[in-house]
Design a protein around this ligand. Structure first.
Ligand code: 4NP
Length: 153
């Protein structure tokens, strides 16, 4: 069976999207899915996820060890089935990269799959403290669980 390919996208690819990648990899372990993450910006290319995010994620059992990369419209739109933005700005940037409008339907927001949380986006925790990082992980667990249910249908 051909795996379903999921790409999580935030701004820097060091906080939210690598955490979403880690959460989804754990939730979907053993299923035919391929999971990756990328940033709309290139400020942090090659870096490991932010130490604060790695530490908060590790406490919940998620090991984040991907290296940041920038979203590549020439490759990623075609390659991935689900391109999942963390916030509205990431979503609009992705839609604007899709100049052909061919891939619009592949692009969604993680909060489109929310179950219990009432969040409408995953807020940027970069300038926040521990509570902001925990809140991000709460939204990611809720949204990734919902996405998994959609995939299993
Ligand atoms: P992310 O968080 O988009 O969740 O990876 C950010 C990381 C870095 C910056 C902003 C947000 N920055 O401005 O460098």
């Amino acid at each position: 069976m051909k795996p379903i390919k999921i790409l999580f996208v935030c701004l820097g690819n060091i906080c939210r999207s690598p955490a979403a990648e880690g959460v989804m990899k754990k939730l979907a372990a053993g299923l035919p899915v391929e999971i990756d993450s990328a940033g709309t910006a290139g400020y942090h290319i090659g870096e490991l996820p932010d130490a604060r995010m790695r530490s908060h994620a590790a406490k919940r059992g998620y090991i984040l060890n991907s290296h940041a990369r920038q979203f590549d419209p020439k490759i990623d739109f075609e390659k991935f089935d689900y391109i999942v933005a963390m916030d509205k700005s990431n979503y609009h940037d992705l839609q604007s990269f899709d100049t052909s409008r061919k891939y619009s339907k592949k692009i969604s927001m993680l909060t489109d799959y929310r179950q219990k949380m009432d969040a409408v986006e995953v807020p940027d925790p970069y300038y926040g403290g521990p509570a902001e990082f925990e809140h991000v992980l709460d939204i990611l667990e809720d949204g990734c669980g919902g996405l998994l249910k959609v995939l299993q249908k």
